[in-house]
Ligand binder design. Structure first.
Ligand SMILES: NC(=O)c1ccc[n+]([C@@H]2O[C@H](COP(=O)([O-])OP(=O)(O)OC[C@H]3O[C@@H](n4cnc5c(N)ncnc54)[C@H](OP(=O)(O)O)[C@@H]3O)[C@@H](O)[C@H]2O)c1
Length: 248
């Protein structure tokens, strides 16, 4: 598949590397000069492209940039992109990092991103930590395979997203429509807690609206109070405990 990826940070580069290694034709872009971007792209087995070119002649587009950066993208970036192209969004909103966004009020994060881009997106790869994505993938059917949820309003595009997730080594669970995607936002039991498909399905169903942002902010405050950055295992444990209201 021909895939364009915007963002070569922790998540975008991991996805690009895995999809290129699996034989997909991947183009990437970021904010660097073309010479630096070419080096990064080559290290990922991908091609370097400008922001305008990364969305051209592809079957799928993955945005993996900070939440606050969407508004800096060129206006009408996707206007000539055919409707069949699957557009995915990996982003998460953290007010302490991304600032207050009054326009987000009353919407899920990915509904806000869809409005900003002028196109519906599929929310995917948002509820997995970079370390998990990079190191904990397993072949399909293997015991203990971790799952990611896929939310959106277009079933065909959700299928494409699920196939790409499978390629990276993870199961998928249907996260419902974009308006339901708050169930996989930061602070929820489904968020970066390394669950298998059955556990993730249960976590998505059990999530209570409004609790995610409270737990998200509690985790961020906890981070700030720690003397050193937590290990990966500590981070997962923190997410798990925060989402159940028993932050440790
Ligand atoms: N880190 C995680 O564990 C994790 C897990 C799940 C989801 N997420 C979410 O996924 C998104 C990406 O996270 P990340 O950790 O990969 O972020 P990151 O390491 O900070 O990387 C962000 C990437 O976006 C690029 N970028 C920023 N503004 C851009 C613009 N206007 N045009 C093109 N590229 C732009 C940056 O370019 P430069 O390289 O040139 O700076 C960088 O490559 C975030 O929304 C995050 O919340 C993160």
């Amino acid at each position: 598949m021909k895939i364009g990826i915007i963002g070569t940070g922790a998540i975008g580069s991991t996805i690009a590397g895995k999809l290129s290694a699996a034989g997909h034709q991947v183009k990437v872009t970021n904010t660097r000069d073309m010479a630096t971007l070419k080096e990064i792209a080559a290290s990922l087995g991908a091609e370097a492209a400008t922001i305008e070119d990364v969305v051209k002649d592809v079957e799928a587009i993955i945005f993996s940039i900070p939440f606050k950066a969407y508004k800096d993208l060129p206006k009408n970036l996707l206007q000539d992109v055919p409707q069949e192209v699957t557009i995915m969004d990996t982003s998460n909103y953290y007010p302490m990092r991304d600032g207050e966004l009054p326009d987000l009020e009353g919407k899920t994060e990915s509904e806000y991103i869809s409005e900003t881009l002028g196109r519906p997106v599929i929310k995917v790869f948002n509820n997995i930590l970079e370390y998990t994505l990079r190191h904990k993938g397993k072949p399909a059917g293997e015991e203990g395979r971790i799952a990611i949820s896929v939310a959106g309003d277009n079933e065909a595009h959700k299928k494409v997203a699920a196939e790409l997730v499978d390629t990276t080594g993870f199961d998928t669970v249907d996260g419902g429509s974009l308006s339901e995607s708050w169930r996989q936002e930061p602070g929820t039991p489904a968020y970066c807690t390394e669950l298998n498909a059955a556990e993730l399905k249960q976590a998505l169903a059990a999530t209570e609206k409004g609790k995610g942002p409270v737990a998200r902010d509690a985790v961020m405050q906890k981070f700030q109070s720690l003397r050193s950055f937590p290990s990966h295992e500590e981070m997962v444990a923190l997410n798990r405990s925060a989402s159940t209201g028993n932050l440790r």
